[in-house]
Ligand binder design. Sequence first.
Ligand SMILES: [Zn+2]
Length: 200
Amino acid sequence: MNDLVLFEHPLFITDMMYARENNMVGKATYADKDVHFGNVAYMHKDVAKALLSLVPVLQEKQLKMRICDAYRPPLAHQKMVEIVPIKGFFKADYRTSNHCHGTAVDVCLTDMNGHNLLYPTEIDAYEERFQKQVSKGEFAEFQQHLQKARHDFMDAAPEALANRAFLKQLMETHGFESIPHEWWHYNLKGWAEYPVIEWE
Ligand SMILES: [Zn+2]
């Protein structure tokens, strides 16, 4: 028995990007037969509690939150890092990825119709053209593009910068920590105390 819970709530959209094909890996790793996963947002119960604490703000602001990744099975992580071996994008060792501990989420805010607000990049800085390059082992342009995923990247539309800042403020006041190089990624505060969770 582990502490994972399946997270579902009307103000949260479950859109696990590795359960679909339009992601930087270029395949639905979570749908692989040996992974036994799918478009499901599992996470540590403490993360679920922290996300639920956002509900009053989402209601007040008339926003929803899109969850593009949460708990990630270690086997899926290993497959993903083989396809995209970019340092700092996927952790080389799954044991150091908070997603494999159930303590990280990749999120953005949407309007009530589920349309993403404007941000400096897509989640994971995904673009089809970069995925095509990466699939051929060409990483340079994508790595350049990843600069735009940083919280200190300021050369974007004011609306995109404001949305990024609002998300950060929201998450940091509700139990999460940001990381400098991915505006969409949030770790639960105290993440270091949580072990890797195997998926079986
Ligand atoms: Zn992440």
